[in-house]
Ligand binder design. Structure first.
Ligand SMILES: C[S@@+](CC[C@H](N)C(=O)[O-])C[C@H]1O[C@@H](n2cnc3c(N)ncnc32)[C@H](O)[C@@H]1O
Length: 220
Protein backbone atom coordinates (compact mmCIF):
# COMPACT_ATOMS: atom_id res chain seq x y z
CA UNK A 1 0.00 0.00 0.00
CA UNK A 2 1.17 3.53 -0.80
CA UNK A 3 0.67 4.80 2.77
CA UNK A 4 2.67 1.88 4.21
CA UNK A 5 5.58 2.65 1.88
CA UNK A 6 5.53 6.27 3.01
CA UNK A 7 5.21 5.48 6.73
CA UNK A 8 8.10 3.02 6.54
CA UNK A 9 10.37 6.00 5.73
CA UNK A 10 9.24 8.15 8.65
CA UNK A 11 11.90 8.45 11.33
CA UNK A 12 12.12 9.88 14.84
CA UNK A 13 11.62 13.64 15.02
CA UNK A 14 11.04 16.37 17.55
CA UNK A 15 8.52 18.26 15.43
CA UNK A 16 6.88 16.47 12.52
CA UNK A 17 4.86 18.19 9.78
CA UNK A 18 2.33 16.31 7.66
CA UNK A 19 1.74 18.76 4.81
CA UNK A 20 -1.46 18.16 2.85
CA UNK A 21 -2.36 15.63 5.53
CA UNK A 22 -5.97 14.93 4.42
CA UNK A 23 -6.84 11.73 6.39
CA UNK A 24 -3.86 12.19 8.73
CA UNK A 25 -2.86 8.52 8.73
CA UNK A 26 0.86 9.32 8.61
CA UNK A 27 0.65 11.51 11.69
CA UNK A 28 -1.35 8.77 13.44
CA UNK A 29 1.53 6.41 12.59
CA UNK A 30 4.06 8.84 14.11
CA UNK A 31 2.16 9.19 17.41
CA UNK A 32 1.29 5.50 17.69
CA UNK A 33 5.00 4.66 17.55
CA UNK A 34 6.11 7.60 19.71
CA UNK A 35 8.18 8.87 16.81
CA UNK A 36 7.57 12.57 17.45
CA UNK A 37 6.99 14.94 20.36
CA UNK A 38 4.76 17.32 18.42
CA UNK A 39 3.18 17.37 14.99
CA UNK A 40 1.63 19.92 12.66
CA UNK A 41 -1.21 18.81 10.43
CA UNK A 42 -1.62 21.17 7.51
CA UNK A 43 -4.05 21.25 4.61
CA UNK A 44 -5.40 23.97 2.32
CA UNK A 45 -8.80 22.38 2.62
CA UNK A 46 -10.61 22.78 5.94
CA UNK A 47 -12.80 19.80 5.05
CA UNK A 48 -9.79 17.57 4.44
CA UNK A 49 -8.12 18.74 7.63
CA UNK A 50 -11.21 17.83 9.64
CA UNK A 51 -10.60 14.14 8.81
CA UNK A 52 -7.15 14.29 10.35
CA UNK A 53 -8.46 16.28 13.33
CA UNK A 54 -10.97 13.50 14.05
CA UNK A 55 -8.15 10.96 14.03
CA UNK A 56 -5.89 13.00 16.31
CA UNK A 57 -8.49 14.27 18.80
CA UNK A 58 -6.53 13.37 21.93
CA UNK A 59 -3.21 14.72 20.72
CA UNK A 60 -4.87 17.97 19.61
CA UNK A 61 -6.59 18.34 22.99
CA UNK A 62 -3.26 17.86 24.78
CA UNK A 63 -1.53 20.40 22.53
CA UNK A 64 0.87 17.88 21.00
CA UNK A 65 -0.76 18.08 17.59
CA UNK A 66 -1.55 21.38 15.90
CA UNK A 67 -3.94 21.49 12.93
CA UNK A 68 -3.55 24.45 10.55
CA UNK A 69 -5.55 25.34 7.45
CA UNK A 70 -2.82 26.74 5.26
CA UNK A 71 -0.89 26.50 2.04
CA UNK A 72 2.08 24.20 2.70
CA UNK A 73 3.96 25.24 5.81
CA UNK A 74 2.94 28.91 5.65
CA UNK A 75 2.17 30.18 9.10
CA UNK A 76 3.71 27.20 10.90
CA UNK A 77 5.66 29.14 13.46
CA UNK A 78 8.31 26.65 14.50
CA UNK A 79 10.96 24.59 12.81
CA UNK A 80 9.82 21.11 11.79
CA UNK A 81 12.72 18.68 11.68
CA UNK A 82 10.81 16.07 9.68
CA UNK A 83 8.53 17.21 6.85
CA UNK A 84 6.30 14.86 4.89
CA UNK A 85 4.66 16.02 1.66
CA UNK A 86 2.86 13.19 -0.09
CA UNK A 87 0.17 12.87 -2.72
CA UNK A 88 0.74 16.26 -4.37
CA UNK A 89 2.23 17.31 -7.68
CA UNK A 90 5.97 17.97 -7.87
CA UNK A 91 5.52 21.64 -8.73
CA UNK A 92 3.35 22.14 -5.66
CA UNK A 93 5.96 20.38 -3.50
CA UNK A 94 8.72 22.62 -4.88
CA UNK A 95 6.61 25.71 -4.30
CA UNK A 96 5.98 24.71 -0.66
CA UNK A 97 9.61 23.82 0.09
CA UNK A 98 11.07 26.88 -1.61
CA UNK A 99 9.25 29.30 0.73
CA UNK A 100 11.41 28.43 3.77
CA UNK A 101 14.76 26.80 4.58
CA UNK A 102 14.82 23.08 3.76
CA UNK A 103 13.86 20.90 6.75
CA UNK A 104 16.47 18.79 8.48
CA UNK A 105 14.83 15.69 7.03
CA UNK A 106 12.15 15.19 4.37
CA UNK A 107 9.98 12.44 2.93
CA UNK A 108 8.37 13.38 -0.38
CA UNK A 109 6.02 11.45 -2.60
CA UNK A 110 5.21 13.48 -5.71
CA UNK A 111 2.36 12.33 -7.93
CA UNK A 112 4.05 13.80 -11.02
CA UNK A 113 6.98 16.03 -12.03
CA UNK A 114 9.43 14.15 -9.80
CA UNK A 115 12.28 15.43 -11.94
CA UNK A 116 11.44 19.00 -10.87
CA UNK A 117 11.55 17.93 -7.22
CA UNK A 118 14.95 16.26 -7.65
CA UNK A 119 16.40 19.28 -9.48
CA UNK A 120 15.06 21.64 -6.83
CA UNK A 121 16.42 19.57 -3.91
CA UNK A 122 19.90 19.16 -5.36
CA UNK A 123 19.95 22.85 -6.39
CA UNK A 124 18.98 23.84 -2.85
CA UNK A 125 21.84 21.83 -1.29
CA UNK A 126 19.91 18.79 -0.05
CA UNK A 127 21.39 15.34 0.36
CA UNK A 128 19.13 12.68 -1.10
CA UNK A 129 19.12 9.38 0.74
CA UNK A 130 16.60 7.35 -1.23
CA UNK A 131 15.03 8.03 -4.62
CA UNK A 132 12.94 5.10 -5.83
CA UNK A 133 9.79 4.08 -7.63
CA UNK A 134 7.36 1.72 -5.93
CA UNK A 135 4.10 0.22 -7.05
CA UNK A 136 0.67 0.05 -5.45
CA UNK A 137 -1.70 -1.95 -7.65
CA UNK A 138 -1.50 -0.54 -11.15
CA UNK A 139 0.00 2.79 -10.13
CA UNK A 140 3.69 3.67 -9.87
CA UNK A 141 4.84 6.26 -7.37
CA UNK A 142 8.15 8.02 -6.79
CA UNK A 143 9.46 8.48 -3.29
CA UNK A 144 12.34 10.68 -2.12
CA UNK A 145 13.86 10.89 1.33
CA UNK A 146 16.86 12.84 2.52
CA UNK A 147 18.34 15.71 4.48
CA UNK A 148 18.11 19.44 3.92
CA UNK A 149 21.89 19.79 4.09
CA UNK A 150 24.94 17.94 2.88
CA UNK A 151 24.78 18.50 -0.87
CA UNK A 152 24.51 15.96 -3.64
CA UNK A 153 25.32 15.42 -7.28
CA UNK A 154 23.01 13.94 -9.86
CA UNK A 155 23.48 13.07 -13.51
CA UNK A 156 20.89 14.15 -16.04
CA UNK A 157 19.55 10.59 -16.25
CA UNK A 158 19.30 10.38 -12.45
CA UNK A 159 17.28 13.60 -12.39
CA UNK A 160 14.90 12.19 -14.94
CA UNK A 161 14.54 8.61 -13.74
CA UNK A 162 15.49 8.59 -10.05
CA UNK A 163 18.94 7.70 -8.75
CA UNK A 164 18.19 4.44 -6.96
CA UNK A 165 16.08 3.28 -9.87
CA UNK A 166 19.14 3.45 -12.09
CA UNK A 167 21.58 2.17 -9.46
CA UNK A 168 19.66 -0.77 -8.06
CA UNK A 169 16.76 -1.25 -10.51
CA UNK A 170 13.90 -2.15 -8.16
CA UNK A 171 11.24 -4.41 -9.70
CA UNK A 172 8.68 -1.59 -9.79
CA UNK A 173 10.96 0.59 -11.90
CA UNK A 174 11.51 -2.22 -14.40
CA UNK A 175 7.77 -2.82 -14.55
CA UNK A 176 7.15 0.88 -15.09
CA UNK A 177 9.65 1.03 -17.95
CA UNK A 178 8.16 -2.10 -19.55
CA UNK A 179 4.67 -0.60 -19.27
CA UNK A 180 5.92 2.63 -20.87
CA UNK A 181 7.62 0.71 -23.65
CA UNK A 182 4.37 -1.10 -24.42
CA UNK A 183 2.39 2.13 -24.40
CA UNK A 184 4.85 3.81 -26.76
CA UNK A 185 4.88 0.81 -29.10
CA UNK A 186 1.08 0.73 -29.22
CA UNK A 187 0.86 4.43 -29.99
CA UNK A 188 3.61 4.30 -32.60
CA UNK A 189 2.73 1.09 -34.40
CA UNK A 190 -0.98 0.62 -33.78
CA UNK A 191 -2.22 4.12 -33.03
CA UNK A 192 -3.00 5.32 -36.55
CA UNK A 193 -1.90 8.59 -38.15
CA UNK A 194 0.17 11.16 -36.27
CA UNK A 195 2.23 14.22 -37.14
CA UNK A 196 5.84 13.53 -38.14
CA UNK A 197 7.23 15.58 -35.22
CA UNK A 198 5.10 13.66 -32.70
CA UNK A 199 6.28 10.37 -34.19
CA UNK A 200 9.90 11.55 -33.86
CA UNK A 201 9.31 12.47 -30.23
CA UNK A 202 7.75 9.12 -29.37
CA UNK A 203 10.46 7.23 -31.25
CA UNK A 204 13.08 9.09 -29.22
CA UNK A 205 11.30 8.14 -25.99
CA UNK A 206 10.99 4.51 -27.09
CA UNK A 207 14.67 4.37 -28.00
CA UNK A 208 15.68 5.78 -24.61
CA UNK A 209 13.34 3.43 -22.70
CA UNK A 210 14.72 0.42 -24.55
CA UNK A 211 18.29 1.59 -23.98
CA UNK A 212 17.75 1.84 -20.22
CA UNK A 213 16.00 -1.53 -20.08
CA UNK A 214 18.84 -3.13 -22.04
CA UNK A 215 21.42 -1.57 -19.71
CA UNK A 216 19.54 -2.77 -16.60
CA UNK A 217 18.84 -6.24 -17.94
CA UNK A 218 22.50 -6.54 -18.96
CA UNK A 219 23.46 -5.92 -15.32
CA UNK A 220 21.04 -8.46 -13.84
C1 LIG B 1 -4.20 13.39 -2.48
S1 LIG B 1 -4.26 14.11 -0.91
C2 LIG B 1 -2.86 13.35 -0.13
C3 LIG B 1 -3.10 13.11 1.31
C4 LIG B 1 -1.93 12.45 2.02
N1 LIG B 1 -0.82 13.35 2.16
C5 LIG B 1 -1.53 11.18 1.32
O1 LIG B 1 -0.44 11.14 0.77
O2 LIG B 1 -2.31 10.24 1.31
C6 LIG B 1 -3.65 15.74 -1.17
C7 LIG B 1 -3.99 16.68 -0.02
O3 LIG B 1 -3.16 17.82 -0.10
C8 LIG B 1 -3.92 18.97 0.13
N2 LIG B 1 -3.19 20.07 -0.52
C9 LIG B 1 -3.05 20.33 -1.84
N3 LIG B 1 -2.24 21.37 -2.04
C10 LIG B 1 -1.87 21.81 -0.80
C11 LIG B 1 -1.04 22.86 -0.32
N4 LIG B 1 -0.42 23.70 -1.15
N5 LIG B 1 -0.86 23.00 1.02
C12 LIG B 1 -1.49 22.16 1.88
N6 LIG B 1 -2.29 21.17 1.48
C13 LIG B 1 -2.47 20.98 0.17
C14 LIG B 1 -5.28 18.63 -0.45
O4 LIG B 1 -6.30 19.44 0.10
C15 LIG B 1 -5.42 17.17 -0.06
O5 LIG B 1 -6.00 17.01 1.20
Amino acid sequence: MRIDEICARLTKATVFADVGCDHGLCTRYMFDRSLCERAYLTDVSKKCLEKAEALMKEEIASGRCIPVVTDGLDGVGEECDLVLIAGMGGEEIVSILSRRPLPKRFVLQPMKNSEKVRRFLVGAGARIEEDVTFRDGKIFYDLLTGWGEGGDEYTDYEFRYGRDNLKSSPAAFLEKLCAEREKLRRRLFHGGQMKAENRELLLGKLYETEMILDAIEGDL
